[in-house]
Structure formats: C-alpha cells, structure tokens
Write a protein that binds this ligand. Structure first.
Ligand code: SAM
Length: 259
C-alpha cells in the first residue's frame, strides 16, 4: 500500500480546475461589486493563484491555500481599497508579505504603480516571481525594514497612497506608514473588526505624525455558498502636514513605546 505524504495531502486539498477557479472568482467578485474592476483580468488572477500554491509547496508564504480562501481573503479583500486610489497613484504597500494587497491591486489597476516593501526576503522572492510571471510592469518589490526606508530621501513623503494589511497594531503601523506619504496623501489601513478599537488607541500617534482621520468604512465581503462572510474595516487617514524628521524611531522604541 502506498502511504500518502504530507505534501500529497496538501496538493490534493488545493487542487481545483481552471473552470472551477474562474466560476467561483466570477460569482464572488460579482457578489462584492468587483466585477467591473476585474473584467478581462480573470486569467491573471488564476495564474497568481497557481503561482502562489506552487511556491507555497516549497516555501511557506501563506496559510490560506483553499480556493474559497484565496478568492475571498486574498483577492477580494485586497481589492477593497482599489476604488480609493486616484488615477496614476504612486502607492507604497508596507509589509506586503507575499504580495497583498500589492498584486491584486497592480493587476486590477494597471494605471497605478506599487512599491512593495517587506523585510522578509522569501516573501519578496515570491512577489518578484509573480511580477515576472504576470508581466506586471507596475510593481517594484523592495526588501527593507519600513522604518529604515522611511528615512531615505527616495521614499520619504513620496507616495500618494500607503496601504498596509495585517502588519501590526495601528499605533505602530501609523509610525511606519505616515512618513512615506506626501502631504494630502492617504493611508489606508486594512483592518479586521477590531479596527475601531485600534483607532481609538492610535489617535495620538496619528496627530503627532501629521495625520488626520478622514473616515472608517466597515466592509462585509460575501463569500461562496456556505462560506462565512469576511468582516473588515478600512481606516482612512489623510496626511495633513509633514511628519517630524525624528519619526519613525527604531523599531524597538516604536513597539515598546507607541506614540
Ligand atoms: N500584507 C500581507 C498580507 O496581508 O498577506 C502580509 C502580512 S504578514 C502577516 C506581515 C508582514 O509584515 C510580514 O511579511 C513581515 O515581514 C512584514 N513586516 C512587519 N514589520 C515590518 C517592518 N517593520 N518592515 C518591513 N516589513 C515588516
């Protein structure tokens, strides 16, 4: 009798046909009002899903590998901020990990450019693979710590929009992200249902860093039949004045003594 290896089990669980992917992708994007945004780009999302699973089979970049999870938690969730990006926006995605929201945004919005920043080399290796595999000319992966890049003249106060999903609590995240924004730029923090509590804890930090809270948006993403909806909160902060030069501080200080 042949014994199934752990890898066989993973591969079996994650097997879906192109048709299954495309059907579920169309249904779920339509339920969430994203059809127009992804029209004509379905094949790129399918290729991205295939590339992720292949890369994940040897190097762990995500725990979400089932078809409904990929479509809802990675693709649709990333696209919730697409409508807030001005035409041609220069976007920095801080702590992009394996490319979220970077890659779905870059596929859906070829007019924008995304600088994808993360300190974990193996995750950025996947982002590079996806950029090459999908021919995305509008993504620039950068392997560095966000607090270091924010003090470089190349990146400081250079972006129209900064995004961050699942990186750290908002008081810490604000210090990592706001320095990258031009005055009048927008920081979109992609949070879960606890977003409002995090915001209450971050108000002082936002003010010190030159930000003003513009809006919070509760988003409920509908999944495939039988899949639980995903509750999200987008926190939109506008940069109203330059961030004082001393921020961000060294990571230990940001983490241990949030503003
Ligand atoms: N945004 C991706 C997503 O939603 O799938 C990745 C989320 S992952 C949980 C958090 C990522 O933030 C990790 O890849 C980690 O390396 C990165 N990160 C955390 N702190 C960072 C920092 N100070 N500078 C750069 N990257 C950081």
């Amino acid at each position: 009798m042949t014994r199934k290896t752990d890898m066989d089990a993973i591969n079996t669980q994650n097997t879906f046909t192109d048709a299954e992917f495309l059907t579920e992708f169309r249904v779920v994007t339509e339920k969430n009002g994203l059809s127009e945004l992804v029209a004509g780009k379905e094949a790129s999302f399918l290729s991205l899903a295939r590339m992720m699973l292949e890369f994940n089979s040897h190097t762990n970049i995500t725990a979400i590998t089932d078809l409904p999870g990929l479509i809802l938690s990675h693709f649709c969730d990333s696209l919730t901020v697409a409508g807030m990006l001005p035409r041609g926006a220069a976007v920095a995605d801080i702590g992009c990990g394996g490319g979220f929201p970077t890659l779905p945004l870059a596929i859906a919005r070829p007019d924008i450019s995304v600088t994808a920043i993360d300190s974990t080399a193996k995750k950025l290796a996947f982002v590079w693979d996806a950029v090459r595999g999908l021919g995305l000319g509008n993504v620039l992966p950068q392997c560095m710590r966000a607090e270091d890049g924010a003090h470089s003249a190349v990146y400081r106060e250079k972006f129209d929009v900064v995004t961050a999903r699942a990186v750290s609590a908002l008081p810490v995240l604000a210090e990592l992200c706001l320095p990258y924004l031009k005055t009048s730029g927008l920081f979109c923090a992609m949070k879960g249902p606890r977003g409002a509590e995090e915001l209450a804890e971050a108000r002082n930090a936002v003010k010190i860093l030159g930000g003003t809270v513009l809006d919070t948006k509760k988003v409920v993403l509908e999944g495939a039949d039988g899949q639980a909806p995903l509750e999200r909160m987008l926190i939109i902060i506008k940069k109203s004045s330059p961030t004082p030069d001393k921020y961000p501080r060294a990571y230990g200080k940001i983490k241990n003594k949030p503003l």
